[in-house]
Unconditional design. Structure first.
Length: 461
């Protein structure tokens, strides 16, 4: 039986909503894998619709609760999914209203009871007739409903003196489809031109990113991101502007400090290391140690290195990958050598919700403090391990106070010999519109179609 896109969307959502910690990418792969070679299936359409329904779930629940004669609590999971899809198509897609109603009624006939079929038909017709009124009302709703974001998360963002003035921008970014950038591997003119040619062949629309000569913003793309020829052939890799900036800082530090070793403590998937070392001149001698506690992610990192370094015959530096917990000492320090340590710590991912909207489904404010403690423990071990004159670059793709400035303030209090160095870069204002620069680090605030949220601090021992 050939499954339609609508049935696949239903099955993915049905699987996601029974998971304790939903994973869109994994679930999408499991459901769609058997039909990925069917040319009649629009993979991008399915992924985008699933992600957007998850992104808007709080608001969709509100619509059901306020416009339905059946309470939300009495509806079965499969019934809710059909209502989510129908409401989403009627309010937020370009699908003709009659098609959105009829197709979801047809799906209900396959998946639900006879009573629900009559109900979904009348309910979706009601939503269609009231579309303009409903969307006008949306502008007046409280932020948690209007931006479909957990109230506890909004409270956390409001509590930060750095974020409260940017709250609307953050919520708008989190509620929008993800943006993607692709980076040229070696960042020289020849490689950049090759990357552009691959993108043109794939019919992608793109533009150069301000402040980054090697990074391109993808305006539109017919293929899934990882199916692009540029990615498959190792001419480029997906990397957000914030992450690319962090890689530049690491590279500049390697050159300035004349470092002998680069130790990345949570290295997967390896794009920061690649971005930092690939553009270095071949005579630059540096050994790279990448550690990660997750063996599967370490294998992914090794694969990325093979595609993006060895295959292009541009890598003449030493890399050693180890599966290890960086909360414990995992390397022996060599005396008389210069070290740079990088810690892109596990975090809540509040800065990248547009790419991982499922985080909104299981957000728990208690996990922020738990993660901040984990981040401090990792950073504490690295500081204890690092010899004098080492540089430590701490980063997270989160923007909460606890995981960013809070971690740095605590480590500086506990290790008086540490200094937090200001990131001295006159091009920051060219590269990013919303950022906060303090003596405790650089907070890059997510911006719609511009960049993810990110935090970077540079410590000197």
């Amino acid at each position: 039986m050939i499954k339609s896109s609508r049935i696949l969307i239903f099955e993915i959502l049905d699987n996601l909503l029974i998971q304790q910690r939903p994973d869109i990418k994994k679930t999408f792969g499991q459901v769609v894998d058997s039909v990925k070679h069917d040319t009649g299936i629009n993979i991008n359409y399915i992924r985008n619709m699933v992600s957007d329904i998850i992104r808007k779930k709080i608001y969709l629940d509100f619509i059901i609760s306020n416009y339905s004669r059946v309470s939300l609590g009495k509806l079965k999971r499969k019934e809710k999914i059909i209502l989510y899809a129908g409401i989403y198509e009627l309010l937020f897609s370009s699908a003709p209203p009659y098609a959105a109603v009829n197709e979801n009624v047809r799906l209900a006939k396959l998946k639900c009871s006879r009573y629900f079929i009559k109900f979904v038909n009348s309910f979706l017709r009601k939503i269609s007739a009231m579309k303009n009124e409903i969307l006008a009302e949306k502008k007046t709703l409280p932020d948690p409903i209007k931006y479909s974001t957990p109230e506890d998360l909004i409270k956390i963002l409001r509590s930060s003196k750095y974020l409260k003035d940017h709250l609307v921008s953050i919520l708008q970014s989190s509620q929008s489809p993800p943006h993607y950038f692709i980076s040229a591997v070696n960042q020289n003119d020849k490689e950049i031109e090759q990357l552009k040619n691959f993108l043109i062949e794939d019919g992608a629309e793109f533009e150069k990113c301000d402040g980054f000569h090697y990074l391109f913003f993808l305006n539109s793309c017919l293929k899934p991101i990882h199916a692009l020829k540029a990615v498959i052939n190792g001419a480029g890799y997906i990397q957000d502007k914030s992450s690319a900036y962090c890689a530049e800082l690491i590279r500049d530090e390697i050159i300035y400090e004349k470092a002998d070793f680069l130790y990345d403590c949570c290295c997967a998937p390896g794009t920061k290391i690649i971005g930092a070392i690939n553009p270095l001149s071949f005579d630059k001698k540096i050994s790279v140690i990448g550690a990660d506690i997750n063996f599967k992610r370490l294998l992914l990192t090794r694969g990325n290195f093979k595609i993006l370094t060895e295959q292009k015959n541009t890598y003449k530096k030493k890399i050693m990958l180890i599966c290890a917990d960086s909360e414990k000492p995992v390397i022996k320090i060599k005396t008389g050598k210069k070290y740079i340590f990088c810690l892109d710590a596990p975090c809540s991912g509040i800065g990248i919700i547009s790419k991982y909207p499922e985080k909104l489904l299981y957000f728990n404010p208690a996990t922020i403090d738990i993660l901040a403690e984990k981040q401090y423990s990792l950073l504490k071990n690295i500081v204890s391990l690092a010899p004098k004159d080492s540089t430590i670059i701490y980063s997270v793709c989160s923007i909460t106070q606890q995981e960013t400035f809070g971690v740095i303030e605590r480590i500086l209090n506990d290790f008086p010999e540490l200094k937090c160095k200001k990131i001295d870069d006159n091009s920051i204002s060219v590269k990013f519109e919303n950022y906060i620069q303090t003596d405790k680090g650089l907070l890059i605030i997510q911006k719609l179609n511009k960049n993810d949220g990110f935090f970077i601090a540079k410590l000197k021992k």
